[in-house]
Design a binder for this molecule. Structure first.
Ligand code: HEC
Ligand code: HEC
Length: 93
């Protein structure tokens, strides 16, 4: 039988190392996504009805009642990072 060698393959050290690497990468990606989640937007009347950055910034701008910290990102799509309130009136993300 010429094909004897093929059917008796067993994982060697290098295969196990490769599988270990794959597992490590998957684990890193999974942990990485959960790290990126941040504080949710509170589910109250003011937050459900604000549908523009300007509306959000009227309270969260430097002059507002609850300013973002100075090191907060300038990215203007708030819901990229903060989860939307459940009954938000704006268009779906
Ligand atoms: C009428 C003023 C007002 C508007 C408009 C407003 N917020 Fe807020 N926001 C607040 C206040 C006050 C708090 C803190 C008290 C609370 O938890 O309700 C807060 C809390 C937050 C928090 C949680 C912060 C923390 O430290 O837990 C996030 C995130 C947030 N707002 C995002 C937004 C986004 C995004 C918008 C626009 C869709 C928005 N806000 C519009 C007043 C406002
Ligand atoms: C790139 C991601 C990202 C975007 C986009 C973003 N935020 Fe945040 N925001 C964060 C992170 C991270 C924190 C800090 C959360 C913590 O410390 O738990 C934060 C915190 C806040 C806080 C609490 C005060 C502070 O600065 O710690 C408010 C209020 C807030 N964001 C409002 C907004 C508003 C309004 C917008 C849209 C104009 C917005 N965020 C867009 C990531 C983002």
């Amino acid at each position: 039988m010429a094909n004897q060698q093929k059917s008796s393959w067993k994982p060697g050290k290098r295969d196990l190392f490769f599988l270990g690497m794959v597992a490590a990468v998957v684990l890193a990606l999974v942990l990485g996504t959960s790290e990126r989640k941040t504080t949710p937007v509170p589910d109250d009347e003011a937050h459900r009805t604000s549908t523009s950055r300007a509306a959000c910034m009227s309270c969260h701008g430097p002059q507002g009642v609850y300013p973002q910290s100075a090191k907060h990102t300038q990215v203007d799509k708030c819901f990229l990072c903060h989860t939307q309130p459940e009954k938000w009136v704006g268009a779906a993300k």
